[in-house]
Design a protein around this ligand. Structure first.
Ligand SMILES: *[C@@H]1O[C@H](CO)[C@@H](O)[C@H](O)[C@H]1NC(C)=O
Ligand SMILES: *[C@@H]1O[C@H](CO)[C@@H](O)[C@H](O)[C@H]1NC(C)=O
Ligand SMILES: *[C@@H]1O[C@H](CO)[C@@H](O)[C@H](O)[C@H]1NC(C)=O
Ligand SMILES: *[C@@H]1O[C@H](CO)[C@@H](O)[C@H](O)[C@H]1NC(C)=O
Ligand SMILES: *[C@@H]1O[C@H](CO)[C@@H](O)[C@H](O)[C@H]1NC(C)=O
Length: 482
């Protein structure tokens, strides 16, 4: 969901198309984060399979064309509607004069405007009449996306009642036959009534050295690199008809030990959990007790409650785990009996912080999984966003067409080789550190930021309340997102 409901983000007449599956031609944006200092770029630049744009591991986007305007939009399996707010506006579109407000996360993040109808184009696909929200006003939480050139959200979720503010408004006003209000994917699938209704998503990771994953979106076909995903177990949507990509998580383990995690969901099988697979959430949002279990297992890691140390990712609390930068926690998620190791680079973030008195810079690694609070509120136990999804190629089958008609399901193919990811992290971080300020023991760093220890030069204590970030533009730019 676009988060905190994810940052996840949502005919007239639908003309039939000759539709063959589309695969976007995607490319990586140049890396500008700290790891670009001397670390070789991950594979890819020449890989035509990379058809999504990876914005610093924070957002995965595509250039769509709506009503004649090319707009870079974030992909969000956590919501259903399409909204856009390009700085130049749209050249022309039919305005239904229906107002709608779409809310994300805890509800404080919103966009509002009129529902328009225009032509949607992406690769080989074209929908002549597609409803979308032409946003006139957006919450401040949207600003970081606008600053990075993302001017909309493309929901890849379900088209069921209650899941789409746009469709609900259109059908409320124009009746149930107004199919132009349904989601972009539903309209694309409707153009090929006999085909199966699924998408495949691979999310790349910048800053690693494995170069195993690309960033691609395919519609009604598999990425040619990951065809064998068809043999993976089918993991059914749970609860059935949840209207979201919620599935059963068999277990989450660290260092081979399963984390104790009582589910809040009655639909969760005994000893298991239900998580929402959400490309619109940057990291993993889970309950504090379980994320504390993960990070407390890392030797030397320190929890700084209600911290002056800033989060790099959205969190409902200011609690921060400070972790040694060379830590390689072995976190594994199990779905459908299959293990999905999470790359240690997805478990911690490296940032540069200036001490409260401004006299010292430090390289600091902090936990990337953050507190979900009550954002999911009975709809799942956790949001598994990009920090998880980079580790699997995932097929999302809506179960609405073809020979897989029935209950929605996902199939996943692991993309992280746990036998290599530890050395990958160590070499990436070691190389990055050669150009960066020193790292100190987490406990000492926390004391400095807690104001209980001078930050050097015998300058006395500093109780400065705020912390400044330096040097890591990619982190700064995305502080308030998911
Ligand atoms: C997306 O659009 C931007 C702005 O026009 C352009 O710079 C970029 O190359 C495009 N990327 C892709 C993959 O189409
Ligand atoms: C607006 O709707 C009319 C009537 O359906 C259609 O002929 C026209 O092409 C639409 N214009 C745009 C810009 O979509
Ligand atoms: C939509 O909002 C505008 C501005 O607030 C208002 O003038 C208009 O009447 C609203 N339209 C509908 C259909 O509610
Ligand atoms: C900390 O880093 C910033 C940005 O690189 C730099 O401007 C500043 O001088 C550094 N401060 C110290 C004390 O090294
Ligand atoms: C830092 O300060 C917080 C809040 O004052 C406190 O709860 C925490 O124990 C302190 N941590 C350390 C490591 O001193």
């Amino acid at each position: 969901m676009r988060g905190p409901a994810a940052f996840s983000l949502f005919s007239l007449l639908l003309l039939p198309y000759e539709s063959s599956a589309v695969k976007l031609k995607i490319q990586r944006t140049p890396k500008t984060d700290v790891l670009s200092n001397g670390v070789r770029p991950s594979k890819a630049t020449a890989d035509t399979n990379n058809n999504l744009i990876n914005k610093e591991n924070e957002r995965y986007t595509a250039n769509i064309t709506i009503s004649g305007r090319v707009v870079n939009v974030a992909l969000d399996t956590g919501s259903t509607d399409l909204w856009v707010m390009p700085p130049e506006g749209l050249p022309t579109f039919n305005d239904t004069l229906l107002n709608a407000t779409l809310r994300y996360g805890d509800g404080s993040d919103f966009v509002t405007g009129d529902i328009g109808v225009g032509k949607f184009e992406l690769g080989e696909y074209s929908i002549p009449f597609q409803a979308f929200l032409n946003v006139e006003e957006a919450a401040r939480a949207e600003q970081p996306d606008f600053d990075s050139g993302i001017f909309g959200l493309w929901g890849l979720g379900f088209n069921t009642p209650g899941s789409s503010g746009v469709n609900d408004a259109v059908q409320g006003a124009f009746g149930p036959t107004a199919n132009w209000g349904q989601s972009v994917l539903a309209n694309i699938f409707a153009a090929n009534p006999t085909g199966a209704d699924y998408i495949g998503i691979s999310l790349s990771r910048t800053g690693d050295q494995e170069g195993t994953a690309d960033a691609s979106l395919t519609i009604a076909e598999y990425d040619s690199d990951y065809q064998t995903v068809q043999n993976s177990p089918k993991i059914l949507q749970n609860p059935p008809d949840s209207g979201a990509w919620t599935v059963t998580l068999d277990a989450l383990s660290v260092g081979g030990k399963k984390i104790n995690w009582p589910s809040t969901m009655t639909e969760a099988p005994e000893g298991k959990n239900i998580v929402h697979l959400d490309t619109g959430t940057t990291n993993i949002l889970m309950p504090a007790a379980q994320l504390n279990a993960i990070y407390s297992s890392i030797p030397g890691a320190v929890l700084s409650p209600d911290s002056n140390i800033p989060q790099t990712k959205f969190s409902t609390t200011d609690d921060v785990w400070v972790v040694p930068c060379n830590a390689t926690p072995a976190v594994v998620a199990t779905f459908g009996g299959q293990d999905f190791p999470i790359h240690p680079l997805d478990v911690t973030d490296m940032v540069i912080l200036t001490s409260p008195n401004g006299r010292r810079n430090y390289t600091v690694c902090i936990g990337a999984f953050t507190d979900v609070g009550n954002i999911v509120d009975g709809a799942s136990d956790a949001l598994f966003g990009d920090s998880f999804m980079r580790n699997a190629y995932t097929v999302f089958d809506f179960g609405t067409g073809g020979n897989t008609k029935g209950r929605a399901f996902v199939q996943m193919l692991s993309q992280t080789d746990a036998t290599k990811s530890d050395s990958d992290l160590v070499s990436v971080r070691t190389q990055a550190m050669t150009d960066l300020p020193p790292e100190i023991a987490p406990i000492d760093l926390v004391k400095i930021f807690n104001g209980t220890e001078a930050s050097g030069n015998g300058a006395g204590l500093s109780f400065a309340p705020s912390t400044s970030f330096v040097g890591v533009a990619s982190v700064l730019a995305f502080l308030s997102f998911f």
